[in-house]
Design a protein around this ligand. Sequence first.
Ligand code: GBH
Length: 433
Amino acid sequence: MFLWGTATASYQIEGAVAEDGRGVSIWDTFTHEPGRVRGGDTGDVACDHYHRWPEDVALMSDLGVNSYRFSIAWPRIQPDGRGEANPAGLDFYDRLTDALCEKGIAAAATLFHWDLPQALEDEGGWLNRDTSYRFAEYAAIVADRLADRIPMWITLNEPFIHMVYGYALGNHAPGRALVLDALPAAHHQLLGHGLAVRELRARGAEKVLITNNCTPVWPASADPADLAAADAYDALHNRLFNDPVLLGTYPDLSAYGVSLDCVRDGDLDLIGTRLDGIGVNYYNPTRITAPTGEGLPFEDAGITGYPTTAFGWPVVPDGLRELLVGLKARYGDALPPVYVTENGCSQPDDVGPGGTVDDQARIAYLDGHIKAVEKAGAEGVDVRGYYVWSLLDNFEWAEGYNQRFGLVHVDFATGTRTPKASYHWLAQRISQD
Ligand code: GBH
């Protein structure tokens, strides 16, 4: 059965940051520092999903999805990132899981969507190898309680983005700007993934995946310097995260002055444990040119000539087909079934007369990308699911509430949910399947 779903993440929707024993996450700290997030927005209330979740489950049930990808907030489970579980935190996800089961919606739980307990960041966060072991301990606690009812587990969400934005550039929490010295955050996340896979499987988890953010890389020209730059970018963005989990090896980064000397014997065996699927988040391709100055071995050349989202990201539906077919070409039989665990766009989405949101651009976006998934299937890629980012307008990280990705409009002053035209379109599309 093909999985049709919507995706969300804990910090982006839950709010209730100080309730029921939840600990502080790096995003609580970051959003409360002046100048970090547009307009000073925080996730303190967000969509108030922590209280309004029954309404959100009902919205998904009416939409007709058969799966829901959400993330579990580590600081609700272990407020300080280690030790005893906080029962109230587990209870929240237990209730949500039961409600989904009741509606016939298969839960797909992500264990880490960037909201690290602050106590672990204080000890170095993902730069510290110990965090990988703490992550496995947390995974075990959650699986003990929920593996009997959650069929699909995703260890990490987009470790590339978390490493780059969180540790290399600093525009996301924890706000560190280490450039290439951020690389240990890649390995330690991946090691945490490998260790967590073992804990999840030992507790009967049916399917275990990782979700990587992948981008087709387009060289700006056929000039050898542009080709080399594009290859460097592909190595750091895509292969650095896909190769170890699918092949058990890291790409050779030595030409870029990068070495992963934090890798220890046995790590890659753990990281390369065969998975039941791979989650792929796709937003757009990346066009790369040779660097003009010192520093990084590539430069983003930007993409023109396509429509753009409210964020300014180019809309290239065929890039999703290209990406999926490219994964099959590179990994062959080592590629497990693929799940598109995020795809979607931000649009202005004003509520119009009569309380409707006529988001035709989002409908065109989804239609184009769903067709691209079908084409990839026809070209031999085993794609088993498609999740729209996102169910609700939500806290869009450094952009605060200024970028709306939802199928459902949220009035952040009142919490009122209004399904957009795209919601009704998708309901129709799913019902025809
Ligand atoms: C995902 O990250 C996250 O998992 C999710 O939490 C988030 O809300 C969602 O996407 C929307 O942002 O080449 O300049 O056009 C996506 C990471 C990084 C993908 C920026 C698109 C486009 C940059 N994104 N990238 S550009």
